[in-house]
Design a protein around this ligand. Structure first.
Ligand code: HEM
Length: 188
């Protein structure tokens, strides 16, 4: 092996190791959600039972709105909004701030879910919701890993962002929408 291929090989290994981090996050959450003792009495910002559920559905819907704003900002940054010129620097900053806000909004809701209900695989809706709920944090970590390591191919960032938004939409459909829609989510 010559002196050039060796570091390149190391870099690839390094990149693969970074990708194990989101996998470990998802596996850890699923494991915790399956084994811990459920606590149905847990509250959310001082709200309990149905009040907590309504607040969660509202925060979950806010999360979806933030994710949709992120899609529009990302399209602007990639020059895909024909009516707009190149995104100014503040749009990049706004995208980062809203991304952090979305993460922070999701945390208390996910904490309530995983503490009260854990990961439930009893029916399609609960299984989809619980697993995408855990997957969300792997997707968040993957997105940050790809943003920080600029060596990834050009498609990696839009792919990571697209997965994140899709996961948020599935979470919203299988629980916040279900709750706000009189306990119904068509198809689930
Ligand atoms: C750690 C990952 C998560 C797990 C394991 C999880 C698990 C669950 C489960 C099993 C239920 C169903 C309760 C039932 O119908 O009997 C539920 C309900 C719900 N989840 Fe999650 N969830 C997670 C993350 C999230 C996130 C990120 C959101 C939104 C931001 C969310 C919003 C909701 C809402 C609004 C409900 C319906 C209200 C309620 O039953 O309290 N969940 N969750």
């Amino acid at each position: 092996m010559d002196g050039l291929t060796h570091p390149a090989h190391h870099r690839r290994l390094h990149d693969v190791l970074w990708l194990l981090l989101p996998v470990a996050v998802v596996a850890g959450l699923v494991w915790f959600g399956r084994v811990h003792t459920l606590d149905y009495q847990t509250g959310l910002f001082g709200q309990y039972a149905d009040d907590a559920r309504r607040l969660k559905a509202q925060l979950g819907s806010a999360l979806l709105c933030l994710a949709l704003i992120q899609v529009i900002l990302a399209l602007w940054i990639y020059g895909r909004l024909p009516a707009l010129r190149a995104a100014p620097h503040r749009i990049h900053t706004t995208h980062r701030v809203i991304g952090l806000l979305a993460f922070l909004v999701s945390l208390p809701v996910a904490r309530h879910c995983i503490t009260a209900y854990g990961v439930q695989l009893t029916d399609a809706r609960r299984a989809l919701h619980s697993l995408t709920g855990c997957f969300l944090y792997g997707a968040f970590v993957a997105k940050v890993v790809v943003v920080r390591h600029r060596r990834w191919p050009g498609w990696a960032l839009p792919l990571a962002g697209g997965v994140l938004v899709t996961v948020i939409a599935l979470i919203w459909y299988s629980a916040p929408l279900w709750y706000l829609n009189g306990h119904q989510a068509p198809g689930l």
